[in-house]
Design a binder for this molecule. Structure first.
Ligand code: THG
Length: 371
């Protein structure tokens, strides 16, 4: 069956790097925050191997920044997240689940504290701007909520430090994980963080000058020629092997942070936030289901476009949310939202694929461990 193409239009936003990634042969896009996000250049496996061995430039412009600024910026941010941001310092990145009043996951952004009264909420795929603007309006808060012209470019892979040092100077090596510095590119200071949606190491450059997008891409590209720099993008294989969850796929507003294994980012006895009462109830009763790892038998699986039902002796055991063949584990790996009665490691579950075929999976802890 032929796979339909995405129709492109202005509504589906391009990025300032789009000309380069198309010249470099991007093979597939997805849509993320109403913007194009590459998913494949050569093949999923070749992109994965290259990411693990070399260094890649990722156009992650779709990681939109929701900027909160003004006297009530910190208050609005804390209303939206169970994570206690009281001790966050300027120059820090903080992974912070955003929840609604029922404790449902709205997003799982990285928050950058730019100043005491200015934050970038670097969002996953949902309209946080509208949520934040509504809260500000309803609460009569003195805060500006905006989507600035910021187009993050990630540099990921084991040679990322060497490549970045050539363009931004040796100071990049001093940036600690989940911290950022302002480093000059062509005389303009850019926010450069040691972060990114892989576990292969690297940086994210928060480009806030449209006219510097192609010069920045070209400078990194040229400086990296002898490092085998390549185009890349968040890679399904790498992110599943590394247990990085994707909002919209692995968790939705139907799930609370405990179900998503984000317990360590929830401080329910800290500052007040919207969903605190709801999440206290979940904490006290225990979550009904949880994201778990699953090793699935047999050969490579099709892409997980719908939640695949899980069962055990006829009962509903949950659903598979992402799945991929892992070269490193020599097995299919998956994330699954597994009902409490079945979530113990070692539990054997039946999977029904969309074509009706059956597979078996074994529940395991995240992150996946090589056995
Ligand atoms: N970078 C930026 N924005 C983003 C992402 C990103 N927005 C969308 C999406 N990714 C948000 N989700 C995540 C999920 C995990 C991580 C980052 C963003 C992550 N987690 C680390 C880990 O799991 O080890 C560290 C978390 C922690 O502080 O404990 O990196 O990638 N700009």
């Amino acid at each position: 069956m032929p796979i339909p193409l995405l129709s492109l239009s202005r509504r589906l936003r391009s990025t300032p790097y789009t000309p380069r990634i198309e010249a470099l042969g991007v093979k597939a896009y997805t849509v993320y925050n109403h913007m194009l996000l590459a998913t494949v250049f050569r093949s999923l496996e070749e992109d994965y191997q290259h990411l693990c061995d070399h260094v890649q430039l990722w156009d992650v412009s779709c990681e939109r920044q929701v900027e909160l600024s003004g006297p009530d910026a910190a208050r609005l941010l804390q209303m939206m997240t169970p994570r206690d941001l009281g001790r966050a310092v300027v120059g820090q990145c903080v992974y912070a689940p955003v929840v609604d009043a029922d404790g449902g996951m709205i997003n799982d952004p990285v928050v950058l504290k730019l100043a005491e009264d200015r934050y970038w909420v670097s969002i996953a795929d949902s309209d946080v701007l509208l949520f934040a603007a509504g809260l500000a309006l309803g609460g009569g808060l003195d805060v500006r909520v905006a989507e600035p012209e910021v187009y993050p470019l990630a540099v990921q892979g084991p040679k990322a430090d060497d490549l970045m040092a050539r363009v931004f100077g040796e100071a990049v090596r001093e940036i600690r994980f989940f911290r950022f510095a302002r480093l000059a590119f062509q005389g303009h200071p850019l926010v450069v963080a040691r972060s990114g949606w892989s576990k292969q190491g690297g940086f994210e450059i928060y480009l806030d000058r449209l006219d510097l997008a192609l010069p920045l891409w070209d400078a990194l590209w040229q400086a990296g020629q002898d490092l085998d720099v390549g185009p890349g993008c968040p890679n399904l294989i790498e992110r599943v092997e590394s247990a990085l969850l994707s909002y919209g796929s692995d968790m939705t507003r139907e799930n609370n942070p405990f179900e998503c294994g984000l317990d360590r980012y929830c401080q329910l006895d800290g500052p007040e936030f919207l969903g605190r009462e709801a999440l206290r109830r979940v904490r006290d009763a225990g979550p009904a289901r949880r994201i778990r790892g699953l090793r699935i038998d047999g050969g490579a699986l099709p892409p997980c476009r719908s939640a695949w039902p899980l069962s055990a002796s006829g009962g509903n055991a949950g659903r598979v949310t992402s799945a991929v063949w892992s070269p490193r584990f020599d097995s299919n790996l998956a994330f699954a939202m597994v009902e409490r009665a079945y979530w113990e490691a070692g539990t054997r579950l039946d999977i029904t694929l969309p074509d009706g075929a059956a597979r078996h999976g074994i529940v395991c802890n995240l992150p996946f461990a090589e056995s």
